[in-house]
Design a protein around this ligand. Structure first.
Ligand SMILES: *Cc1c(COP(=O)(O)O)cnc(C)c1O
Length: 392
């Protein structure tokens, strides 16, 4: 097989050709600055507003509640730091979970160094937040609950509506990092009691470097970047017009195809999971079997190193990941796998495969064959495995 097999769609996705086509004119002939007054530039302002409208509709939000950012990380930083600052008079306590993306975790750690108190909630063995623990963690000083919609490593989807209800009942703001979930699963910010929501274009077949933060009307939040009057004076700087247009197009397509895409991905994912669990001994699936993103499969193979498996898959032109994209390259086991209770040595032998609608059954078959072959080879070299088989 010459072609590469791309199974790392939680890290990033291919920008759709339709999205690139929509963006191109905004680099070339339609290059005006949306803030300029003349007719030539007003078409750029219109294009930005159109994309904003598409996104607002996908969330069940108002167009004035969507603020473009430079990606998901920036949206997370903004939501957390700016509420921390704006609500300082009310309190200094933030509640999050142990399985957040580093964009949230490291932002919370930064705030801890600056006088804030953060509670990191445990999750159950499937990666789901325990609602009674959330309720117990709330204090008079709690100003923000930030819990991700769906996990980027194990794909677990949280009970967002229930969390939203708890937040509302206790008059606490609720932010959710929905970078993995937006336009992949149904979201309605009002029904779900969400006050702020982060998303990013490159996780849904849009361009890199563009995201948004949804901020519900009435939420007090400080400006992220000071300067011009862009994004209702909350995030200054000339708009990334091609990026915004591409994001809008990607969302338009993702929303229109969501149901069919999910169906296809779930079918392929379940086929992959079934084969791997049946054909590779001493293997477990991480995450919830049902409350999980349509495209996510995450396995732990006992007695092997995930990094070695990744390298050998790469030699066979298969792109996969051992944890989150950000922890790849470091040998610390994933904080998410540790939080669901995996011992270090099992967390080390993990593999994340995240599919897209472009993947085929043939690709999955080839990948399963290679996994079997490589895991077997690695185990034969493993002293742990030798020990284990000798004792049996
Ligand atoms: C990818 C990702 C981010 C970061 O988004 P960027 O646009 O790459 O900055 C944040 N949270 C989650 C859950 C992600 O998967």
């Amino acid at each position: 097989m010459e072609k590469k097999i791309y199974l790392d769609n939680a890290a990033t996705t291919r920008t759709r050709p339709e999205v690139v086509d929509a963006m191109l004119p905004y680099f070339t002939e339609k290059f005006g600055n949306p803030s300029s007054v003349y007719e030539f530039a007003s078409q750029n302002k219109k294009a930005v507003d159109e994309a904003r409208g598409t996104i607002a509709k996908a969330l069940g939000a108002d167009i004035t509640e969507v603020y473009f950012t430079g990606g998901g990380t920036e949206a997370d930083n903004w939501a957390i730091k700016a509420t921390a600052e704006a609500y300082k008079a009310k309190g200094n306590h933030i509640i999050t979970t142990k399985i957040e993306h580093h964009a949230v975790l490291h932002t919370c750690e930064y705030l801890e160094k600056n006088g804030y108190e953060v509670t990191y909630l445990d999750v159950d063995e499937y990666g789901i937040v325990k609602l009674d623990q959330l309720e117990k963690a709330i204090k008079p000083t709690t100003i923000l609950i930030t819990i991700m919609f769906a996990n980027n490593e194990i794909g677990t989807i949280q009970p967002i509506k229930e969390i939203g209800e708890i937040a509302k009942r206790n008059k606490i703001l609720f932010h959710t990092d929905a970078v993995q979930a937006f336009a992949q699963v149904d979201i309605n910010v009002n029904d779900m009691g969400i006050d702020m929501l982060s998303a990013s274009a490159h996780k849904l077949n849009g361009p890199k470097g563009i995201g948004f933060l949804y901020i519900k009307k009435g939420v007090k939040i400080r400006s992220l970047i000071h300067g011009g009057a862009q994004e209702r004076q909350r995030r200054a700087g000339t708009e990334n017009v091609p990026g915004v247009v591409g994001f809008g197009k990607a969302v338009e397509i993702a929303m229109a195809t969501m149901e069919d895409r999910a169906k296809k991905e779930i079918e392929l994912r379940d086929y992959l999971i079934k084969r791997v669990l049946a054909e590779v001994p001493y293997t477990r699936l991480n995450g919830d079997r049902v409350k999980r993103l349509p495209n996510n499969a995450n396995f732990s193979f006992q007695f092997i190193e995930g990094e070695s498996l990744l390298i050998m898959l790469d030699m066979n032109h298969i792109c996969a990941s051992s944890g989150s994209a950000c922890t790849s390259g470091s040998l610390d086991p994933s904080h998410v796998l540790l939080a669901i209770g995996l011992p270090h040595e099992i967390a080390h032998g993990s593999l994340r495969l995240t599919l897209s609608e472009d993947n085929t059954v043939e690709e999955i078959d080839y990948t399963v064959e290679k996994i079997k072959e490589i895991v077997d080879k690695l185990r034969k070299m493993s002293p742990l495995y030798e020990d284990f088989t000798r004792k049996r």
